[in-house]
Design a protein around this ligand. Structure first.
Ligand SMILES: [Zn+2]
Ligand SMILES: [Zn+2]
Length: 274
């Protein structure tokens, strides 16, 4: 089944684009992240069982206080583009740990999904502002980590709904131009892996339904939705895209209106839902 929705307005808030543009200029030197390579048999077993690499060989930040340097850089960018968060972010900065032992613990736990880092702060802060800052910081390190561990697993055969590196859910999918193969994309690690062509990656329901939107340059987008788990997945059909290279990071941001439409239709953002 497919339906067509009307797009009321094309909305890519320029401020959002500026924010991400500035964030993408914060550079993490290549050698700042390391990991301990697991033995081959541990990797093989992990691969078979679908265990993400972050659990087998978590990233280590060589000089852990560099993590805080980056965090402060990002705090300044957030304050510039989200003035509404300015006071809360200043509070968060003041509350960051300054003794080496706590800092080290903080950084090592920052990469463990579900860790409660608020307990390491010197005073209570807005959990939302803290989470926003922390996520954007961790993401930069995860991309670097993603690059150095990518060769440990075969992403072409992974075929799971969750990211082989961080275990997170996909932000986007794409159908390859020539073969029509489907790849899922993790916005945290910025990597793709192969997944079956049809069906829901969240609950593995085999049905496939999607909606499209009318409008200029909209023919390459589809939003798959699942009436079983209520999840949705923005998808780029590269067959309908021109030959410019598709940058999934920007595609995700430039299609925020598709998220809004999906939410309006009653579907859930599975990145946020547990
Ligand atoms: Zn990931
Ligand atoms: Zn589903």
């Amino acid at each position: 089944m497919r339906k067509k929705l009307k797009m009321h307005e094309s909305l890519i808030p320029q401020e959002l684009v500026n924010f991400y543009q500035e964030l993408s200029q914060v550079l993490i030197p290549e050698d700042v992240i390391t990991y301990t390579p697991p033995p081959r048999e541990v990797l093989n077993e992990g691969y078979k069982k679908g265990i993400p690499l972050i659990k087998l060989c978590p990233p280590k930040v060589k000089v852990f206080d560099f993590f805080f340097t980056v965090m402060k850089q990002i705090a300044a960018i957030i304050q510039k583009h989200h003035p509404d968060l300015s006071i809360e972010i200043t509070e968060v900065e003041k509350a960051l740990p300054d003794d080496a032992t706590t800092q080290e613990l903080f950084v090592s736990q920052a990469f463990i999904p579900g860790s409660n880092l608020l307990i390491h702060l010197k005073q209570p802060v807005s959990p939302e502002a803290f989470g926003f800052l922390l996520n954007h910081t961790v993401k930069l390190f995860m991309q670097q980590y993603g690059k150095i561990v990518a060769s440990l697993y075969d992403f072409e055969q992974w075929q799971k709904g969750d990211c082989p590196i961080c275990g997170g859910r996909p932000n986007l999918a794409l159908f390859e131009k020539e073969t029509g193969k489907r790849y899922l994309y993790c916005g945290m690690c910025e990597i793709n892996w192969r997944f079956q062509r049809l069906g829901c990656p969240y609950c593995l329901n085999v049905e496939s339904q999607f909606f499209t939107v009318d409008g200029e340059r909209q023919e390459k987008y589809r939003v798959y939705f699942c009436d079983h788990c209520r999840g949705y997945l923005k998808t780029i059909n590269c067959k309908n895209a021109n030959d410019d290279e598709i940058d999934l990071f920007w595609e995700d941001i430039n299609t925020v209106y598709l998220d809004i439409l999906a939410l309006q239709e009653g579907y859930l953002n599975k990145l946020e839902a547990s």
